[in-house]
Design a binder for this molecule. Sequence first.
Ligand code: FE
Length: 133
Amino acid sequence: MAERVVHSDEQWRASLTPEQYAVLRCSDTEPPFSGKYVNCHDDGTYRCAACGAALFSSDAKFDSGTGWPSFTEPVLAEAVELREDRSHGLVRTEVVCRACGSHLGHVFDDGPQPSGTRYCINSLSLELDPLDA
Ligand code: FE
């Protein structure tokens, strides 16, 4: 389990692109079909773009048709933290990196069976660590 990563707002601004900062630190959502991992089928581990913690395996990725990278489960349940999100007049469940508290996306219950879980994650919150051939 990764150490908890605590940075000041200044440090996050310095280490992230403005687009990454808006999503990871201000819970913005990238436009659908805009992210670099929407149609990515490469093998590897998707890490937190802010702190590098391992979050999702390519094995759990599926094509949801929503325009955002979608996963059935995190690499470890402890890798993410779920929080109730009542913004935008909706009640949703926010997905946050447990190691650094950065916003990743939301989780919904309309995923593929048997779990029915769909982690809807911004490409900007992820960095794919490819498997060596
Ligand atoms: Fe993180």
